[in-house]
Ligand binder design. Structure first.
Ligand code: SF4
Length: 399
């Protein structure tokens, strides 16, 4: 049931008054990796057994201290490389969630794994724990490109992992791919796409490499011959168009700007981010959105461990979103989905006709052919042209 209320600060709140009806998502951040990839700016670092043991204690404490409303129909173990974390710890977390009765039956439970960090027996353990979706970080099927990225594995390791995953019984597998890698050519990218599609995974995430500050790649950029092998902007666009076309021809539906899935295999957890459903994040740097309040955990692992994940200490950057902020998010996150946003749902969520708020922008962008209005479905979504300049289009919706 949706309802409007005035909170203590006098601002208008729109939320679900019957929180037990909701299906939230749960994200668990495992910040350990075998070694840092050269392009990586995620919150992750190497860790030994002792570090993991201490982290686990803090994580369990944070989970214990958190009161969740309703039940979750998705859990996502992300990182980092969750597959370097002892399976026993993953098992403890799932058991705790079950004890707290916060997991819905048939919840989607995903774990990210990297080739070279899982055995068949570990994958069977995951399966036995109820994990039903794997996300494998491959990036490229070309060993030279993998080396340039600083990945710990080669393509053969990936094939072994994929094979083990199928043998362990996983029927829902995502593969992460990357384009615009130094030294990558149109032809080598085409080979990567062809090899991956021939394996028939259920889901493919395809992103372009972005050189982020404070990464070794950023430091090397312009100073290192290898980095000067970055594909040109035109080549990058060609890879992007090739991804779209090739995956569509092979039965993958693009449901978000960078995500493709066989019918019925869209990632339930990630859809929550783009649909602004509630999610609870645990572990360092994990973000949460609960009843229109956003907060993010500290990124400082030592502090998180010292404070034993105490929710009053480790949760930072609390923001109660105003109605305008909620509307902005609704638009720029919703437009990431190929199905776009629903006028009716906007009306239900905010009690206002979308045209009263965004009429001018919507009409202008439809005229420029960057947005498409589907009269029958009453939905608004980005055109192909609009996807190419999606950041610019989405920025128009900031109030
Ligand atoms: S495996 Fe993933 S999280 Fe770990 S360093 Fe590489 S890119 Fe970063």
């Amino acid at each position: 049931m949706l309802d409007k209320a005035i909170d203590g600060s006098g601002s208008l709140w729109i939320g679900n008054t019957d929180r037990n009806d909701m299906s939230a998502g749960i994200y668990i951040h495992i910040p350990f990796c075998v070694r840092k990839c050269l392009y990586c700016d995620f919150i992750s670092s190497c860790g030994n057994e002792k570090d993991m043991e201490k982290y686990q204690k803090a994580l369990i404490n944070e989970l214990n201290m958190t009161q969740m409303c309703g039940q979750a129909d998705s859990v996502f173990f992300g990182g980092g490389t969750p597959s370097v974390y002892p399976s026993l710890y993953i098992s403890e977390i799932i058991e705790l969630l079950n004890r707290k009765k916060v997991l819905k039956e048939n919840a989607e439970i995903t774990i990210e794994v990297n080739p070279g960090t899982v055995t068949l027996s570990k994958l069977k353990t995951y399966m036995a724990l109820g994990i039903n979706r794997l996300s494998i970080g491959l990036q490229s099927a070309d060993d030279d490109e993998l080396k340039r990225l600083g990945r710990i594995h080669d393509y053969h390791d990936f094939l072994e992992t994929f094979d083990h995953a199928r043998n362990a019984g996983f029927q829902n597998i995502n593969i992460d791919l990357m384009s615009a890698i130094p030294g990558q050519t149109i032809l080598s990218y085409e080979h990567t796409l062809g090899k991956i599609v021939s394996l028939n995974p259920e889901h493919i995430s395809a992103y372009s490499l972005i050189i982020e500050e404070e990464t070794p790649f950023y430091e090397m950029y312009g100073r290192n011959d290898e980095m000067n092998l970055l594909p040109s902007e035109e080549e990058e666009r060609e890879m992007y168009y090739m991804t779209k076309q090739y995956l569509a021809e092979n039965g993958y539906v693009r449901y978000e700007i960078s995500n493709y899935a066989k019918h019925g295999y869209e990632c339930r957890h990630n859809l929550k981010y783009w649909s602004r459903e509630d999610y609870y994040g645990f572990g360092i740097a994990a973000a949460s959105l609960v009843d229109n309040e956003r907060y993010t955990n500290t990124s400082d692992r030592a502090f998180y461990i010292r404070e034993m994940g105490r929710t009053d200490k480790v949760r930072e950057e609390h923001t109660k979103l105003s109605v305008s902020e909620q509307m902005e998010e609704y638009m720029f996150l919703g437009l990431r989905k190929m199905e776009g946003i629903s006028y009716q749902q906007f009306q239900q969520c905010f009690g206002t006709n979308i045209h009263e708020i965004y009429g001018e922008v919507i009409e202008r962008e439809i005229k420029r052919e960057l947005l498409i209005w589907d009269e029958k479905a009453q939905r608004l979504y980005l055109s192909e042209k609009g996807i190419d300049v999606s950041n610019m289009v989405m920025a128009q919706f900031l109030l």
